[in-house]
Design a protein around this ligand. Structure first.
Ligand code: B12
Length: 488
């Protein structure tokens, strides 16, 4: 028996299909004896694992691990499992072991780390464990040799998701619990139509894993999968998790025409420059296909910073898109990475001014304000980060309060970010989020929207963001959560 574990990563109301674990399940389906344990659904995954161990001969615990709270849950469950089931192998896959492979292998309770796409590496590892134990022949695998030294095999070439079987949704414990209401619809599914991203932005944690490559499933398959989910489970909305959903215009148009037939509402991530190149006709087709909101990494209002980030867009393009997309009734969600290490104060002030310009052009535009939190990068981290950040050596250190706060971008303690600049960014975020409460929060009653707007409007009008205690208080009062579809 193989246990595929997805440790808890979010609150129950944000629960979505555990796509990473389902992707591994897809290649095992019909061939291997396996069970899925999802900590987002099961309040006591440790107990469930104990029960499985008591009833079956468990060969392996395969864990999907994202940096952040999911990693903390993964540590505890892996450690407990190791104590109870010494003969079974423990393998970690996903973004955490792919980004921090040596730290992962430094944990005594992890035997193998799968880097990047797992659908081929995982069965190859199973075969090696059962056979000649020649782990060095498996691309994408990291492991410990007889001397305890870390071995990192060559990366595995990326394969289109269409090469793999469809996800076995029926193997989830209770599918109803994954199809929850969002601002997009009453029964929201998630889908990943591609893997990787062809760009090399120097602040992004996706680059070290996929090395600037992306593979996409044909539009026909995307529509087939969603059509089946609609017929079987009645989905009416989709959140696409692709890092880069919109490709060349011909593909986007084909995809839009196929999705239009399903009548779903959806959210996806796109690039500003890519979508600016699309004709009015294509943008209209995308809207007709159900695109309600599109997430764009605008990142900065400074051309110099964007160049340093290797983002390959200009501030003018962001403004042009903000204005143009308004005519198509698609809400743009612009995300910013604030705090250029060279001059975080100036960067914060510039970007705040730039965001105000966007809001003038398109008041419906949603704004996500993020602090710049470096992740390792093959081309060097943006800013002066390489010489100033030393990442932890073990998952346990990553789980400490200091590093957990860093990962979830709460209180990153960056050497270059003075407290008062961080506070200014946070204060601005509170003011703008109150002045325009997100449409994504379906639980926020009309009266509380009105309260937040009226309390914050003088601050926004005067550009006075300091010490917004009354807004912090009002947000608590209306229990305004952070209900964004994505906190990337
Ligand atoms: C969905 C998602 C979430 C959801 C999770 C919902 C859920 N189902 O539980 C939510 C919103 C909760 C979330 C939160 C966060 N996320 Co998140 N998230 C994503 C997102 C958009 C998709 C992940 C996904 O499902 N992919 C689809 C699957 C099929 O792909 P995959 O995960 O890569 O899996 C493949 C391989 O990695 C591998 N694999 C994965 N697991 C396993 C396990 C085994 C055993 C094996 C063999 C292989 C394997 O094989 C899979 C198939 O090829 C990614 C970006 C992206 N597009 O991937 C960011 C991403 C993973 N998140 C990220 C981050 C940082 C976070 C947060 C820390 C951010 C924050 N602001 O707080 C939080 C904290 C998470 C936590 N609680 O621990 C980063 C990680 C990299 C980084 N920068 O450090 C990403 C890459 C976003 C980004 N661009 O920076 N996230």
């Amino acid at each position: 028996m193989i246990i595929l574990l997805h440790p808890r990563a979010t609150r129950p109301k944000n629960r979505r299909f555990p796509l990473a674990i389902l992707s591994i399940a897809a290649v095992l389906e019909g061939k291997e004896d396996y069970v899925i344990v999802d900590g987002n659904l099961d309040p006591q995954p440790g107990r469930t694992i104990d029960r499985i161990v008591a009833e079956h001969e468990v060969e392996m615990l395969a864990v999907s691990v994202m940096p952040g709270p999911q990693m903390v849950a993964a540590i505890e469950l892996s450690r407990e499992f190791r104590d109870k089931c010494r003969s079974a192998a423990i393998v970690w896959g996903g973004y955490f072991p792919s980004l921090y492979t040596d730290a992962t292998l430094n944990a005594g309770y992890v035997d193998f780390a799968v880097r990047g796409q797992g659908e081929q590496t995982f069965p190859a590892l199973l075969a090696a464990l059962r056979g000649d134990r020649n782990f060095s022949a498996i691309p994408g695998l990291s492991w410990k040799d007889g001397f305890g030294l870390h071995r990192h095999n060559a990366p595995r070439p990326l394969v289109s998701p269409a090469e793999f079987p469809e996800l076995p949704y029926h193997r989830l414990q209770n599918i109803e619990k994954y199809l929850l209401p969002t601002f997009l619809g009453q029964r929201t599914a998630v889908h990943h139509a591609s893997i990787g991203c062809p760009f090399r932005c120097r602040f992004c944690g996706v680059v070290p894993i996929f090395d600037g490559r992306q593979k996409v499933e044909p539009a026909e398959r995307t529509a087939d999968v969603l059509g089946r989910l609609q017929r079987r489970y009645g989905i009416d909305a989709v959140q696409f998790y692709d890092n880069n959903f919109f490709l060349n215009e011909a593909h986007a148009l084909d995809q839009a025409e196929r999705l239009a037939a399903l009548g779903l509402h959806w959210w996806a991530e796109g690039r500003i420059d890519t979508m600016l190149r699309y004709s009015d006709n294509t943008l209209r087709a995308i809207r007709r296909a159900g695109a309600t909101m599109i997430f764009f990494g605008a990142e900065s209002g400074s051309a110099v910073t964007l160049r340093e980030m290797n983002k390959k867009i200009t501030p003018e393009q962001t403004l042009e898109l903000a204005a143009r997309i308004r005519g198509f009734d698609i809400i743009p969600e612009f995300s910013f990475v604030i705090g250029n290490p060279h001059d975080p104060r100036q960067d914060a002030n510039n970007t705040i001014r730039f965001i105000r310009k966007i809001k003038r052009l398109n008041p419906a535009a949603e704004i996500i304000v993020q602090h710049y939190i470096p992740t390792p990068h093959p081309d060097g981290m943006y800013g002066v980060a390489d010489s100033e950040i030393r990442f932890p050596d073990t998952p346990d250190e990553w789980a400490s309060e200091r590093w957990l706060n860093y990962t979830i971008r709460q209180d990153p303690h960056l050497p270059w970010l003075p407290r008062n600049v961080k506070r200014r960014i946070d204060d601005f975020e509170l003011v703008i989020n109150s002045r325009w409460p997100t449409v994504q929060d379906i639980h926020l009653p009309r009266w509380s929207r009105a309260l937040l707007k009226s309390l914050s409007s003088w601050r926004y009008a005067l550009g006075f963001y300091a010490a917004p205690f009354e807004l912090a208080w009002a947000q608590k009062l209306v229990a305004l959560r952070k209900p964004r579809l994505e906190s990337l």
